[in-house]
Design a protein around this ligand. Structure first.
Ligand SMILES: O=C[C@H](O)[C@H](O)[C@H](O)COP(=O)(O)O
Length: 265
């Protein structure tokens, strides 16, 4: 309510603008959540079959996929076994009362499903925005099929166009400082130690390592760069997933789901 007092109308206008911005932001995120959910549901419904061993990725999009798998287990009597790619994935599997296993029991998976931070035209991915990448890549590489679920914001023509936080690189803690220098000197750009959000100090991965976010300048051959970075002593894995994803399901802004296949298949 605006009172007829000097200055009050300015306050009211500001307040209304703030509410408008907040509303837009929450609509945006509701739209993104809906897009993630649609992509996840379609991927699960098309690809998950009875008696499969599934690799479960990490992040916010995979939450919808796990929920859908659990729904199908409850409603349709679907039988699956789930292998997690992170602490979060393990918790999700347990919370949804799905059978939990590991790569010791099942070194070969029928299917792995995961999210991504960015996806280019060749279905190369940037992953690790949430600090999980090494176990995700291991799980994806053990699967006969690896499919990705994402919302429309992740679509890009070339890596780095959308994801501005740099390529996540998991490193052995003792090597982080020399690696920041070597990566910048050899490949250009800046590699920064990722800091934890609610603790003082660096983010520590599920494997007890650190993450460097490499803000690159220009890269034309991602495979070569990935291989060269992996050769550096102390590097555990990069968040570049090259030639791994077979299909990506994108939940779009208009409510549809766009499915893209890797061109070389
Ligand atoms: O480290 C996190 C993982 O690589 C996620 O799969 C990736 O960040 C995508 O996460 P979200 O589904 O939350 O966008």
């Amino acid at each position: 309510m605006c009172l007829g007092l000097p200055g009050v109308s300015v306050v009211c206008v500001r307040h209304s603008l703030l509410l408008l911005v907040q509303r837009r932001l929450s609509q945006g995120s509701a739209m993104e959540t809906e897009a993630k959910k649609r992509a996840a549901y379609m991927a699960v419904d098309k690809y998950v079959q009875n008696n499969q061993v599934l690799g479960i990725g990490s992040g916010s999009t995979i939450v919808h996929a796990v929920k859908r798998i659990a729904e199908r287990v409850q409603k349709d009597g679907l039988k699956v076994v789930c292998v997690p790619s992170s602490f979060q994935a393990r918790q999700l599997i347990l919370q949804n009362k799905l059978p939990l296993s590991d790569l010791d029991q099942y070194p070969e998976l029928d299917l792995a499903i995961d999210g991504a931070d960015e996806v280019d035209n060749d279905l190369n991915l940037i992953k690790g925005g949430g600090g999980c990448l090494t176990q995700e890549k291991i799980v994806a590489s053990c699967a006969k099929k690896f499919i990705v679920i994402a919302d429309y914001r992740k679509i890009s023509k070339c890596l780095g166009e959308k994801w501005k936080r740099g390529i996540p690189i998991e490193v052995i803690p003792k090597a982080y400082l020399p690696l920041t220098r070597t990566i910048a000197a050899r490949f250009g750009g800046v590699a920064e130690l990722r800091m934890a959000v609610s603790k003082a100090g660096p983010l520590v991965t599920d494997n007890g390592n650190f993450i460097l976010d490499w803000k690159f300048e220009k890269v034309s051959d991602w495979k070569t760069v990935h291989c060269s970075i992996k050769m550096l002593p102390g590097v555990v894995e990069t968040g570049l997933f090259i030639d791994l994803a077979e299909k990506v399901f994108f939940g779009m802004e208009d409510g549809t789901v766009e499915v893209r296949e890797r061109p070389s298949q």
